[in-house]
Write a protein that binds this ligand. Structure first.
Ligand code: CAA
Length: 240
């Protein structure tokens, strides 16, 4: 039977590309989303991938949502923790809410989804968790103490959980995307973005499909010896 994969934030941007790529590899994919119901419906209409709405920053909602997916679709074998938000601003202007919201969703979401699915993977002796980190969690970024801290936290979370999953056939890896041509990056003020792109050796923004290719590899049967790693896909912007 096909393995069941869930992609958080899986109806837009990088998550959408990951959902589509995993489906093309034979996974039974479900996509979680939090807010944009119209986009989620359009995504589902085009791809045939069912969508489930909940906030990954809400612990109980993750437990309930994953239980619902398991009963309606099947036990979850693969989790892609992709959902994330930005609340950029320099520290002296950043509010406590801006800090908390990014930590709650971006980092808390990984914990919540793992709590809901890792025990089952462990019991069944097979699993794949891929956490979407960021170049900005590796290198830092002006105006992103919240986002950089959360993404850096994701990289630590990945290495710790990888150690717990290894003897149960559960691999846990991260991908650290650079600047990808998504709505999130389009929201960066144009003059700021121009300066960032000028520092990317490959000379362009990345494409969501280029991140999805990495996810497909990490979720494959053949990647069983790859765990606790961070795959940087950033056009050479930061070599870590
Ligand atoms: N390094 C040093 N100084 C910088 C700087 C940098 N990288 N960026 C801006 N500054 C300076 C500016 O030159 C300016 O200095 P002066 O006042 O002396 O002229 C000062 O900081 C204020 O800059 P802004 O006018 O931009 O300040 P602002 O308060 O209007 O905006 C900001 C600040 C919101 C952080 C804005 O600069 C911004 O949006 N930056 C982009 C942040 C970014 O890269 N976000 C990534 C989003 S995409 C993502 O996160 C996905 C992923 O994983 C890669």
């Amino acid at each position: 039977m096909a393995r069941v994969a869930i992609v958080t934030g899986g109806t837009r941007g990088i998550g959408e590309a990951i959902s589509v790529a995993l489906k093309s590899q034979g996974f039974t994919v479900v996509a979680n989303y939090a807010g944009n119901a119209e986009k989620a419906k359009a995504f589902s209409d085009v791809t045939g991938i069912p969508t489930y709405r909940w906030d990954v920053g809400d612990h109980q909602a993750c437990l309930d949502g994953c239980a619902q997916v398991a009963s309606e679709v099947g036990p979850i074998d693969v989790v892609i923790n992709n959902a994330g938000v930005t609340r950029d601003g320099v520290l002296h202007k950043m509010t406590f809410e801006d800090w908390n919201e990014v930590m709650r969703i971006n980092l808390g979401g990984c914990f919540n989804m793992a709590k809901a699915t890792f025990p089952g993977m462990r019991e069944r002796g097979w699993g794949r968790i891929v956490n979407i980190g960021s170049i900005n969690g590796q290198a830092g970024q002006y105006g992103q103490v919240n986002y950089a801290a959360a993404k850096s936290g994701i990289h630590g979370f990945t290495k710790a959980l990888a150690q717990e999953g290894a003897k149960f056939g559960v691999t846990v890896n991260a991908i650290a995307p650079g600047y990808i041509d998504t709505d999130m990056v389009a929201a960066v003020p144009a003059p700021v973005l121009e300066k960032i792109v000028a520092k990317i050796p490959v000379g362009r923004l990345g494409h969501a499909e280029e991140i999805a290719r990495g996810v497909v590899f990490l979720c494959s049967e053949q990647a069983g010896f790859v765990t606790g790693s961070t795959m940087s896909i950033n056009g050479g912007q930061h070599m870590y």
